[in-house]
Design a protein around this ligand. Structure first.
Ligand code: ZN
Length: 510
């Protein structure tokens, strides 16, 4: 969408054709709040928003703000007509973690740092009286105190600390009693809705727009500790009408005949371990942005045949450390699989793999690798760079090892090969449409130890490697105790060939 910064100190930002989600506009308002002296956010015509920022602002500051606006607006799928809607949306009640600090305690040499407890925060009237403004209170109900502590709102809030509101955190400083109410683990959207009404309550203005009810004690369920672990082992227990608890860190779903990963699971922001083994999964979702902390993914005993590229380059490439893909239908793991570069444990047993992904040597954190009961015939070059604490390659179809063999196919690379090598080496992103017939050619690329790629012109070198050089505790690949297996390299030049021949246990040279 076009952004038109005109000049500083006054900058007009035009975001035309913006598709806006209700909340995005609000985040624009709040993100610009600390830096704008005077701000107007107007809606002009269909789908056009003007954010006018006035005052002495440096060009850099404006750029930062423009970036924030672009980011916020580019994520909104719904119509611009809804812009006004969120501003009248208020949250009278939210559940979150709250720690109440008494500011006077440190002066008596008593630490004011407590432990946050699950709390229901509500805003409402103390009595059924007519007077609205003077009777509005904030109430904190916990499991220990379900009747709740009440704080008068009008003129009683000294300050709001909202820097981390997008992470679900905020602090409300009350004047009397001198308490700081520190909120955490709240839904950021709900928290914003609550803070908005607290501002109105403190000023005593605008409350006629909202309906305030009489404060009532919270139920036990409302102040229950956040559930962080959930195990479902039958279809009967699978939540269809209710949501998964939002604070889940570990989720296990077995024997539920799942064919797809439920999109609601991919919204669980705190999830670190997901076990979906013993289901009927065929495809993997591509977008894992909603589970940025996911470190352990167990997908064994499903029907997965392909690992999509988007899966490997998603946020999982940073977060994932344990991946179990055993008992699936994998035949090939493409080179991009090794983008999951933080893997420590990788289980690939009982699949139909013929080779391991080339570039597996790049997984420098990998320590536990099992690929028993596949159809592996050779190991890829770079495998010997691994330093494993456990390795199991039992029951595969490894070729007999003999003297090293080299098939030299080196020739002057033709124009197509030169082009493909450059695209591969420079990591130029491409799609089938961009490169046309070159696409198939590019997908046959093979990694050389120098970090370059080879296509038709290469030396095919087969050598025997001893698995004891890779791991001290590895198991033999068959019942005869065999520990030597063939390793297959495709070297891109004579120089790389000579270098490899001298030391086949070389790690990646780059
Ligand atoms: Zn090379």
């Amino acid at each position: 969408m076009p952004l038109v910064p005109r000049s500083t100190p006054e900058t007009n930002v035009q975001l035309s054709g913006a598709a806006l989600k209700p909340d995005t506009v609000l985040s624009v308002v709040s993100s610009s709040w600390p830096v704008c002296r005077n701000k107007q956010l107007l809606r002009e015509g269909r789908g056009t928003v003007f954010a006018k920022i006035e005052g002495s602002r440096s060009r850099n500051e404006s750029r930062v703000l423009l970036k924030t606006l672009t980011l916020a607006l580019s994520s909104g799928p719904s119509m611009a007509e809804k812009i006004e809607a969120p501003i009248t949306k208020y949250n009278m009640r939210i559940t979150c973690d709250v720690d109440v600090c008494n500011r006077l305690l440190p002066s008596f040499n008593i630490s004011s740092i407590g432990k946050p407890s699950r709390t229901q925060i509500s805003v409402g009237k103390k009595t059924g009286g007519v007077s609205k403004v003077d009777d509005v209170y904030l109430m904190l109900c916990t499991k220990q105190d379900r009747n709740g502590a009440k704080y008068k709102l009008k003129g009683n809030i000294e300050k709001f600390f909202t820097k981390y509101v997008a992470e679900g955190k905020a602090t409300i400083r009350f004047k009397n009693p001198p308490h700081d109410v520190c909120i955490s683990k709240a839904d950021p959207i709900q928290l914003k809705g609550l803070l908005r009404i607290l501002v109105m309550g403190c000023k005593g203005e605008g409350l006629e727009k909202v309906t305030l009810s009489i404060l009532t004690p919270a139920s036990t369920k409302q102040v229950e500790k956040l559930k962080t672990t959930l195990t479902i082992t039958s279809r009967r227990d699978y939540p269809l009408t209710t949501n998964f608890p939002s604070g889940l860190k570990t989720l296990t779903i077995h024997q539920c005949s799942l064919k797809k990963v439920d999109s609601r699971i991919l919204q669980l922001r705190h999830l670190t371990k997901l076990d979906l083994s013993h289901n009927h999964l065929q495809d993997l979702p591509e977008n894992f942005a909603g589970v940025p902390l996911l470190a352990e993914l167990v997908l064994s005993d499903n029907q997965i045949a392909v690992i999509p590229r988007a899966f490997c380059i998603s946020s999982l490439s940073e977060s994932l450390t344990h991946l179990d893909l055993s008992k699936n239908r994998l035949q090939l793991l493409k080179p991009y699989f090794c983008k999951l570069r933080n893997l420590i444990t990788l289980k690939l047993d009982y699949n139909e793999l013929v080779v391991l992904p080339s570039g597996i040597g790049k997984l420098c954190q990998l320590s536990y690798l099992t690929a028993a009961n596949n159809h592996l015939k050779t190991l890829p070059v770079g495998f010997t760079s691994l330093k494993l604490s456990h390795l199991d390659l039992d029951s595969n179809e490894f070729l007999e090892t003999g003297p090293d063999t080299a098939i030299n196919r080196l020739s002057v690379p033709n124009l197509i090969e030169c082009c493909a090598r450059t695209i591969a080496k420079q990591r130029i992103p491409f799609t089938q449409n961009d490169v046309g017939p070159l696409y198939d050619y590019l997908t046959t690329r093979r990694l050389c130890l120098c970090g370059g790629y080879s296509f038709q012109s290469h030396v095919h070198y087969l050598t025997s490697v001893d698995l004891r050089r890779v791991t001290t505790t590895g198991m033999a690949v068959d019942s005869s105790g065999r520990m030597c297996v063939p390793c297959e390299a495709f070297l891109c030049s004579q120089a790389c060939f000579e270098r490899y021949k001298k030391n086949p246990y070389a790690t990646m040279w780059k």
